[in-house]
Ligand binder design. Structure first.
Ligand code: CP
Ligand code: NVA
Length: 298
């Protein structure tokens, strides 16, 4: 039994094993020789909105022989203040695994500790590990290997997706550049914990120049809606558009974890020109998460 709580806590060998298994899951979709979740019920506890994560986990659990049970936090007692550790102990006696999307990373960790069942982080304010595994799978499909490549993350460099990229960089041996205004640069303590080659700059052009991948995420993450106006103002110069694409390596991938806000972090022309990559990224959530589920119960 294993948990996937963060990229930070995932070791390199497990990460490589998950990526290889995800490629197999994709190739063999509909022809899986075993059903590792047969007879199991998995709870999806969501305190924030979701399209991709929810649907890909519900479909993935079913394809592996299990039964998904979606629990919106507002509909269960968790939303009325029942402690995470009590919710965890109840669910741990009734279901065989949990997918948890919430605000605080410590809540997912506490759930894993108290539930005694495999627990998967489906996004917290600090990390989005499932997203990064699907993204790396996508890059490996399109550029062969990520080792030695340059990924430029442009936008809110202190968000969950950026954090997970930072932890992935050292483990997979690629250069990560973060282009963000000063107030949206990554936490220095996190950079130090992660190690690896991570270059942080406020200069978008220097980050984009020669990059193999240009990556962005929303400027206003879930839970930060009160800061919308300041964020949109501060991040206005950090859009991926044709000017930025021209600076990257010819044929560079443009990626977005979605949902996308055209005219903000990416313009419509650039989004549509790269829709094949972006929606392959979304599809790869399914394959990567099926590999995570299989690994978690092994
Ligand atoms: N990228 C992602 O996690 O999308 P959802 O919020 O729709 O799940
Ligand atoms: N940083 C974004 C990711 C959405 C998938 C958020 O937390 O809202």
């Amino acid at each position: 039994m294993k948990h996937l709580l963060s990229i930070e806590q995932l070791n390199r060998a497990d990460m490589e094993q998950l990526l290889a298994a995800a490629a197999v899951m994709k190739r063999e979709r509909g022809r899986h020789p075993t059903k590792p979740l047969a007879g199991q019920t998995w709870a999806l506890i969501f305190s924030k909105s979701s399209t991709r994560t929810r649907v890909s986990f519900e479909v993935g659990i079913a394809e592996l022989g299990g039964r998904p049970m979606f629990l919106s936090a507002v509909d269960i007692q968790l939303g009325r203040g029942e402690p995470v550790k009590d919710t965890a102990r109840v669910l741990g006696r009734m279901v065989q695994g949990a997918i948890f999307r919430t605000f605080a990373q410590r809540d997912v960790e506490e759930f894993a500790h108290y539930s005694g069942i495999p627990t998967i982080n489906a996004l917290t304010d600090e990390e989005h590990p499932c997203q990064i595994l699907a993204d790396v799978l996508t890059i490996e499909e399109k550029l062969a290997s990520l080792a030695g490549k340059v990924v430029a993350f442009i936008g809110d460099g202190a968000c969950n997706v950026a954090n997970s990229w930072i932890f992935a960089a050292a483990k997979l041996g690629f250069e990560l550049r973060i282009a963000a205004p000063q107030e949206f640069q990554p936490d220095p303590a996190l950079l130090q914990r992660a190690g690896g080659k991570v270059v942080c700059t406020a200069d978008l052009a220097s980050a984009a120049r020669g990059a193999d991948v240009l990556y962005t995420d929303v400027w206003v993450s879930m839970g930060k809606e009160d800061e919308s106006a300041e964020r949109i103002k501060a991040l206005a110069g950090y859009q991926i558009n044709q000017t930025v694409v021209q600076l990257a390596k010819p044929g560079a991938l443009v990626m977005h974890c979605l949902p996308a806000y055209r005219g903000k972090e990416i313009d419509d022309e650039t989004f549509e020109a790269n829709a094949e990559t972006i929606f392959t990224q979304a599809e790869n959530r399914l394959h990567a998460q099926k590999a995570i589920l299989q690994w978690a119960v092994a």
